[in-house]
Design a protein around this ligand. Structure first.
Ligand code: URP
Ligand code: ZN
Ligand code: ZN
Length: 471
């Protein structure tokens, strides 16, 4: 006996068709028209879209950062994801600059152990190289890849904490080329930004707004170009994370046109929030929007949407890095440098992308699926397991109601923050039911906002090293 999803429209990254979906155990067994009900539990999806569960490839759960720790752990973070229709996360393990990659992996596996509620994987952030010429860490990259961690994160920002210099970055990229792995880059010129930051503080500019002004689009564009150029020299496939503005996008497109193997994501917040609307420099509340890269001028949003439509941007993620306003953002009340950088968003990614993307005619339903599920699965080496509705793949299936009204609010969210970046926004379109490996884990119609599965049921997903799915 399986679960038969009937009368819905199956949306893939390519087309939309009236098809039934049969789930057997944890796997999708069949997709076709008119599958017989006999012996199956039938789920009526009339009026609903049947899509693969979302994949958010950029989250920071239970992460020590900015003098505190991100507010969602693997339980609250994965539950919030599921409630919003996302069934797989790729989180970041961070190498301590004095430590090894293995130590970082052990720490993050422990954080997730018995806590993750949907499936997850890890990127490994390489923040330093140890051994003669970096040999020990480079060797560890090989072990990580064998373990199923096929993407390495490099920070060009946050000097003395996470940033590595160009030489080390180039070595990591060469090694990634050898391993067929993908390098994910936080592209901002951290050294230049730190000088601007110090100058602002010296001038008494300590309010949250100055965090945004200190990190210019030029600093992001320069690093975006440099990262891709170095990767191109090293022969490596590269993925720029949280690309926020038109200038950085122009560098990405320029390098793509020259044949560089470069991909990039943007995040929900850069598509709908702006420095004018959220951070005009009026009050402390603006600390809620202190994240990095910062919010940009509103006019940058249209080019980002255009790039999602034309394929130069491949993914929409969240960079979910939640901190409570009351007791965590407060750390930087008198100095924006001390405001922990990051915002909550994993629960609302699909609602925002659907409402402001599909409903507004900026992307199609098929592009919605591509950007939020199918491209992430392909780029990050798990397309044989996740990211599509197809026989043999994990039964991570989301029934999406395109007609339901939903009001976003911290009062009803699962994310463990005392605010929501989209507070009181009214959207149309939300996940109705969410299956994770064949199990109904969310039913937003009968029990809205509640995770129905067991805590700790989420599994680590081993990913193939496929150079971002690029030739
Ligand atoms: O502000 C942010 N984005 N915090 C998380 C760390 C990062 O840079 O992605
Ligand atoms: Zn970053
Ligand atoms: Zn991040």
């Amino acid at each position: 006996m399986g679960i038969l999803i009937k009368n819905g429209t199956v949306v893939s990254s390519k087309d939309s068709q009236k098809l039934d979906v049969l789930i057997s155990g944890e796997i999708i067994a069949r997709v076709g028209a008119g599958i017989s009900d006999a012996g199956h539990e039938v789920v009526d999806a009339t009026g609903l879209l049947v899509m693969p569960g979302g994949i958010d490839v950029h989250t920071h759960l239970d992460m020590p950062f900015g003098g505190t720790t991100s507010a969602d752990d693997y339980t609250t973070g994965t539950q919030a994801a599921a409630v919003g229709g996302t069934t797989t996360l790729i989180d970041f393990a961070l190498q301590n600059q004095r430590g090894t990659l293995k130590e970082a992996l052990d720490i993050w596996l422990k954080k997730s152990d018995n806590k993750a509620c949907v499936d997850f994987s890890l990127h490994m952030a390489v923040t330093n190289l140890h051994g003669e010429g970096g040999a020990e860490t480079l060797q560890e990259m090989e072990e990580m890849t064998k373990f199923g961690i096929s993407s390495f994160k490099l920070f060009m920002a946050y000097p003395n904490v996470l940033m590595i210099d160009d030489g080390l970055m180039f070595k990591v990229m060469q090694k990634a080329t050898e391993l067929n792995a993908l390098c994910c880059i936080h592209a901002e010129n951290g050294s230049a930004i730190d000088i601007v930051v110090a100058q602002m503080i010296a001038e008494g500019k300590t309010a949250p707004h100055y965090h945004a002004l200190s990190r210019s689009v030029k600093a992001e564009a320069e690093a975006t170009h440099r990262a891709i150029a170095l990767a191109d020299m090293a022969g490596c496939a590269v993925y720029i994370v949280h690309l926020s503005n038109e200038a950085a996008l122009a560098e990405l497109k320029f390098m793509q046109a020259r044949g560089a193997r470069a991909l990039a994501e943007t995040c929900t917040q850069y598509l709908v929030l702006s420095i004018e609307d959220q951070m005009p420099g009026k009050n402390w509340e603006e600390a809620k929007y202190v994240f990095t890269p910062p919010l940009r001028e509103k006019w940058n949003q249209e080019p980002l949407w255009g790039a999602l439509k034309d394929g130069s941007l491949s993914v929409v993620s969240t960079d979910h890095c939640p901190f409570r306003f009351k007791d965590q953002k407060e750390l930087g009340r008198s100095d924006f440098r001390k405001i922990p950088n990051g915002g909550p968003g994993v629960e609302n990614r699909l609602q925002i992308l659907w409402y402001f993307g599909v409903n507004a005619g900026k992307i199609t339903p098929e592009q919605f699926v591509a950007l939020s599920c199918t491209n992430p699965a392909r780029i990050f080496g798990m397309e044989k397991q996740k990211g599509s509705i197809a026989p043999g793949l994990d039964a991570d299936v989301m029934l999406w109601d395109p007609n339901v009204d939903y009001t976003i609010s911290a009062a009803t969210q699962c994310m463990n923050t005392d605010y929501n970046m989209f507070e009181s926004w009214k959207v149309k379109g939300n996940a109705a039911k969410v299956f994770s490996r064949g199990e109904l884990v969310v039913d937003n119609v009968k029990q809205p906002g509640k995770f129905l599965g067991a805590t700790g049921r989420g599994r680590f997903v081993k990913r193939e090293a496929n150079a971002g799915g690029l030739a």
